[in-house]
Ligand binder design. Structure first.
Ligand code: C2E
Ligand code: MG
Ligand code: MG
Ligand code: MG
Length: 297
């Protein structure tokens, strides 16, 4: 191994790994501290952004998806891609999900009380779907908010379900028994079978962004999307497309009969202070359009 000139390269590589390990270690400690409910004032570092889901034909808002961000004291606003894996790996998902689900359900309950109900979708990770704390948490949140369970949707991926197919199916039935919706997120990219889908008490199929983004330019992708929407409808599920970024894609989705869409075309995920005025503006626009539509006939 004592190759000439190789030593420097090896030790530099080692020190980079050391530093990456150290950074990860620091990040995990910071996550633990930020999630520690026992501390007097941990400071709220986890912020929920909400992305509207829109009816493809009417453009009315039907619901929102809760997407967590970490307001890191030194690094700024971090997207889930930068910390969710650590949360999962270090067993912190029960604490994070309790916060996100609790706050998201409380928000949905406020809209319900205000007479403008919207569905609230919350992502559930692989480890947490079959975790013993999921159902007690769900029951506590539903009881304490008085939210209509039908206004709550849990999003799980095929990969999450198939990680333990039998217990995943049991969890899905327990969720359905409470009247809570179940969305198969990123549908079409995982390894679940049609037989499994047949047994699953889901309420929604969410077409993965990778299909949606190629829909307009690729006939084969369009065929897959058309068949998936048809499949969803035949099974009595709502179809929703994620990652809709342009009008051309929306037009094809409408032609194919997709029920709802979500993406930058309508809105990026927003903090609640920015979502509320956006929702009011959207309602005002639809009301004006409704009035114009009625007077034109
Ligand atoms: P996801 O559930 O599939 O969420 C969709 C992701 O696509 C979000 O990324 C969203 O911001 C992004 N997106 C929405 N519209 C568009 C678009 O038009 N174009 C493009 N390019 N992207 C779009 P985000 O917020 O970074 O979240 C990434 C993933 O992190 C989520 O994927 C979800 O799996 C996970 N995640 C987010 N919040 C939570 C949470 O509270 N708990 C758990 N367990 N996972 C979460
Ligand atoms: Mg999702
Ligand atoms: Mg998704
Ligand atoms: Mg996706």
């Amino acid at each position: 191994l004592a190759k000439s000139g190789g030593g420097g390269g090896v030790s530099r590589y080692d020190s980079e790994i050391d530093r990456a390990d150290r950074d990860r270690g620091t990040r995990v400690e910071e996550l633990r501290a930020a999630l520690d409910l026992g501390r007097p004032d941990p400071g709220e570092q986890f912020v929920i952004y909400y992305q509207p889901q829109v009816d493809v034909r009417s453009l009315a808002v039907t619901g929102v998806e809760a997407l967590v961000r970490w307001q890191h004291p030194g690094l700024g606003l971090l997207a889930p891609g930068e910390f969710i894996d650590l949360v999962e790996k270090y067993g912190l998902m029960p604490e994070l999900t309790a916060r996100v689900l609790g706050e998201a359900a409380a928000q949905a309950a406020r809209w319900q009380a205000d007479g403008v109900p919207l569905r609230m979708s919350v992502n559930i990770s692989t480890s947490f779907l079959t975790h013993p704390e999921l159902l007690p948490l769900l029951d506590t949140v539903l009881a304490s908010t008085a939210l209509d369970p039908a206004l709550l949707v849990l999003e799980v991926t095929e990969t999450t379900l198939m990680a333990d197919a039998v217990r995943g199916l049991e969890a899905a039935h327990a969720i359905a028994a409470r009247g809570v919706g179940l969305s198969i997120d990123d549908y079409g990219t995982g390894y679940s079978s049609l037989a499994y889908l047949n047994d699953l008490p889901a309420t929604e199929l969410k077409l993965d962004q990778s299909f949606v983004s190629r829909l307009v330019v690729d006939d084969r992708t369009a065929a897959i999307v058309a068949a998936t929407i048809e499949l969803a409808h035949r099974l009595g599920l709502r179809s929703i497309a994620e990652g809709v970024e342009d009008d051309a894609t929306l037009a094809v989705l409408e032609t194919l009969g997709c029920d709802e869409c979500q993406g930058y075309l309508h809105s990026r995920p927003r903090p609640i202070a920015s979502l509320e005025p956006w929702l009011r503006a959207r309602r005002a626009l639809l009301a004006r359009r409704g009035v114009l539509g009625a007077s034109a006939t």
